[in-house]
Design a protein around this ligand. Structure first.
Ligand code: URA
Length: 429
């Protein structure tokens, strides 16, 4: 078939800081999906986009072209309003686990298509797979059935959803082009729009443990994604939240499931509970269920009931004992003082090195591996007090994990303790 454009002309247009036309965008995304645009050509275009950017029309058209590369799900047969949440990823971010059943317990339907971890941030599917029997891969019919019967489903995105993004994301990962805001925004939003949710809350992480290190960049990403959602008819709002410290007291798959169960049982760390409730309120409001207080559904066990049914519907045993790693090592305080910081990035990297994450897509993760944080900011410690407990199945992993973990907890004076807000900003109407 004769092609509408020459790929080099599209690349050079963006290299020379020109706008791409709608026709060029439609063609290049489609031709990449068909294998006509080679990986090295798409790499060059992705780098040109990273360096020279895209305007709102180009990003919107690019997103649309990625949606059209695959199928669109349709939940219009459901009687409940649909609402989903997406987090741009952080250390110890297990919020999806209590949040999806909680919002379902309040009357919405939550179709949560999630991913696996790569690098220092964990993936929701890896966490849930530590529950014996639980299955991430569902057909569209199975997904719809769990959603209709239980009200919440957390599963892997099928291969039919935005296939252009699947390839492009893998390419960006190895060409240092992940950070381009037009590409992040279109990647996330193409999957969420194709998924067919009626409303969407974005948790955009900001800080040393996040993709976006500074507030201005995070705001730009959030504003771009909210505009894409609104243009596509999805009620979309973004919450910017701090990711300088890990969320909660655990980073690692089974460890995070255990902590999520504490939240669903009405306890758990204050920051995890706070963020779960903030996001639940935003989701319920966008779903038209604003009169309902999600705190009640956590306290009275309704969210836990939905969790149990959701896990069982996907083959998991909600009563099964969660895996525990074979070995552990404790990091202790070297001197007396007050804990002034627990840094997200070294905790995430340590958990990853212990086996909770993977360095390559095809690697398996260890369910029991990870880091337990035994102290909080403001705690007074004495020499020898335990700060962190590291868990691994493979003892040889401790050495490199300890190199990261040892510097993660800062000990100083009470005057150095600064506790900032968790929620930094909110974007969207
Ligand atoms: N998550 C995605 O799905 N895509 C990105 O580009 C970044 C995070």
């Amino acid at each position: 078939m004769s092609e509408a454009f020459a790929t080099v002309d599209v690349i050079s247009a963006k290299r020379d800081r020109n706008e791409l036309s709608n026709a060029q965008i439609d063609w290049v995304v489609d031709a990449y999906t068909r294998g006509v645009v080679a990986e090295e050509q798409m790499s060059a275009l992705a780098m040109a986009i990273l360096l020279n950017g895209m305007n709102r029309r180009e990003i919107s058209r690019w997103t649309d072209a990625m949606i059209r590369s695959g199928e669109r799900l349709d939940f219009s047969r459901l009687t409940r309003p649909t609402v989903d949440k997406h987090s741009t990823g952080g250390v110890g971010d297990k919020i999806t686990l209590p949040l999806a059943p909680l919002v379902a317990a309040c009357g919405a339907a939550v179709p949560q298509l999630s991913g696996r971890g790569l690098g220092h941030t964990g993936g929701t599917l890896d966490k849930l797979e530590s529950i014996p029997g639980w299955r991430a891969a569902l057909s569209n019919e199975e997904m719809f059935k769990v959603l209709a019967d239980v009200g919440a489903v957390i599963c892997a995105a099928g291969s039919g959803l935005a296939p252009a993004d699947r390839r492009l994301y893998a390419l960006r990962d190895v060409t240092a082009t992940v950070e381009a805001i037009p590409l992040i925004a279109s990647s996330i939003m193409s999957k969420k729009i194709a998924e067919g949710t009626g409303a969407l809350v974005l948790d955009v992480k900001v800080g040393s443990g996040a993709f976006m290190k500074d507030l201005d960049k995070a705001r730009e990403l959030a504003t771009t994604m909210v505009a894409l959602g609104v243009d596509a008819g999805v009620r979309t709002r973004a919450v910017l939240t701090a990711m300088d410290q890990p969320l909660g007291r655990t980073a690692g798959n089974a460890l995070e499931v255990r902590e999520s169960l504490e939240v669903l049982a009405g306890g758990g760390p204050a920051d995890v509970v706070e963020l779960t409730l903030v996001l639940a309120r935003e989701m319920l409001e966008l779903a038209g269920l604003s009169g309902i207080d999600p705190a009640d559904a956590l306290a009275d066990g309704r969210a836990m009931d939905v969790w149990r049914r959701m896990i069982a519907a996907q083959g998991g045993d909600p009563d099964a004992t969660l895996p525990v790693a074979r070995h552990n090592e404790v990091v202790r305080a070297e001197h007396a003082g007050v804990v002034t910081n627990v840094a997200a990035m070294p905790i995430g990297v340590a958990a990853w090195r212990l086996g909770a994450g993977r360095a390559r897509k095809e690697e398996a993760v260890s369910a029991g591996a990870g880091v337990e944080i035994l102290v909080g900011v403001g705690d007074v410690v004495q020499p020898g007090d335990p700060l962190l407990r590291l868990h691994a199945d493979d003892e040889t992993r401790f050495e490199s994990a300890l190199q990261e973990a040892i510097g993660a907890v800062s000990i100083g004076h009470a005057s150095q303790v600064v506790v900032g807000p968790l929620v930094l900003d909110r974007i969207g109407s």
